[in-house]
Design a binder for this molecule. Structure first.
Ligand code: SF4
Length: 367
């Protein structure tokens, strides 16, 4: 059995540590590229959402490297994610790709079935080891997100533009050859120390933008066309609530263990959207309200074309924008999205935010 998994941001770091700890044979697909998207688009239905196309492309690239088993997490709720594993399996079967997809979830709450699947993958069942490794990789996911958070802050204040991006890119590449939790902790420590040494000009008052939207487009740098890096290099402070560790802790662990989940966004979204409608729509609305309450300069919503929950959120955001006086830009991405047009819209939005900032400053000086 040669295992793989599709890319989604830094999830490969966590999956890799897990597989290393159990000494399993695996292949990490190459980082997503135009080729990945082309392959995925060729074999998925035209109307499928972008993450399905990219993940199918990623799995086919892994199959070309010898993978025969793919691990996926399941999804529930009124959104297509719940069908991903089934669709990926059907698509791979149709094109004659010999790969089995194992969904790591408890179907209809059947915890024994989940344990049976884990036992199959790990070739045995060592419960204490499983709990220890799962705890370790959950902590790692939090530390990886902390590295991302430092990068988001550093980029807007750094004196030599590009320094943080270089360190972050090195971190992502070195992660490919780092084996197991212990080595990975060392890599995180070294990266954190490099990031803390980056020269910053903290006297600047950068524009502050919150990023909201569907999880794959939010977390995965390739899918959002490296938006956060680009904004950072333009001297803009970027914040995002949707992270991998939040997804692992709140959406996977707590869901499977039926523990109460933290949902500050739900209370914030209540006047506009008071129920979960699938995907991250409620988070999108709630986080936009939270950014407005924290006086952020603007919010960018990013989501894949055809994403049902985010279309609903997009319809609500103009009301939030007017009520709470916060500009919102919506970016919809698919395989046809051109980089130049995408960045032109982002730059025009930044111009608008700068003009608003100047008007506010002029008014406060005039008082
Ligand atoms: S949240 Fe949107 S993009 Fe993601 S799987 Fe659901 S419908 Fe597709």
């Amino acid at each position: 059995m040669k295992i793989t998994f599709p890319h989604m941001g830094n999830v490969y770091m966590i999956a890799k540590c897990l597989l290393d700890e159990f000494q399993l044979d695996y292949v990490i697909p190459p980082f997503q590229s135009k080729k990945t998207l082309e392959i995925g688009t060729r074999y998925t239905p035209e109307g499928a959402c972008l993450p399905l196309k990219i993940t199918v492309g990623s799995l086919i690239e892994a199959a070309e490297l010898g993978a025969d088993t793919a691990l996926m997490v399941g999804g529930a709720g009124p959104c297509r994610f719940g069908y991903y594993c089934r669709m990926q399996q059907e698509i791979l079967n149709d094109i004659g790709c010999n790969m089995e997809i194992i969904t790591l979830e408890a179907p209809n709450g059947d915890a024994w079935e989940l344990l049976r699947r884990i036992k199959r993958v790990t070739k045995g069942m060592n419960i204490p080891k499983l709990i220890r490794v799962l705890t370790q990789i959950t902590r790692l996911s939090i530390q990886i997100d902390e590295i991302e958070k430092i990068c988001l802050r550093n980029r807007s204040y750094e004196t030599v533009k590009g320094t943080t991006n270089r360190i972050y890119q090195e971190f992502r590449v070195q992660a490919f050859t780092t084996a197991g939790v212990k080595e990975f902790k060392k890599l995180i420590k070294e990266t954190r120390s490099k990031l803390q040494k980056v020269s910053l000009n903290l006297d600047q008052k950068p524009l502050r933008i919150g990023i909201v939207g569907e999880i794959y487009g939010n977390i995965d740098p390739y899918t959002k066309m490296f938006l956060e890096q680009r904004l950072g290099e333009m001297g803009i402070y970027v914040h995002r609530y949707v992270t991998i560790s939040d997804w692992i802790v709140e959406h996977i662990i707590k869901k499977e263990l039926r523990l109460p989940r933290k949902k500050p966004y739900a209370a914030a979204a209540r006047p506009y959207l008071n129920t979960m409608i699938g995907g991250h729509a409620q988070e999108t609305v709630g986080h936009t309200v939270m950014y407005a309450e924290q006086d952020y300069d603007g919010v960018i919503q990013i989501y894949p074309l055809g994403c049902m929950p985010e279309i609903v959120a997009q319809g609500i955001l103009p009301r939030v924008s007017v009520d709470l006086d916060i500009p919102v830009l919506t970016l919809i991405i698919d395989e046809m999205t051109g980089e130049a047009g995408y960045m032109t819209r982002v730059e025009a939005f930044i111009d608008l935010l700068q003009a608003r900032r100047k008007i506010t400053l002029d008014r406060s000086r005039a008082v």
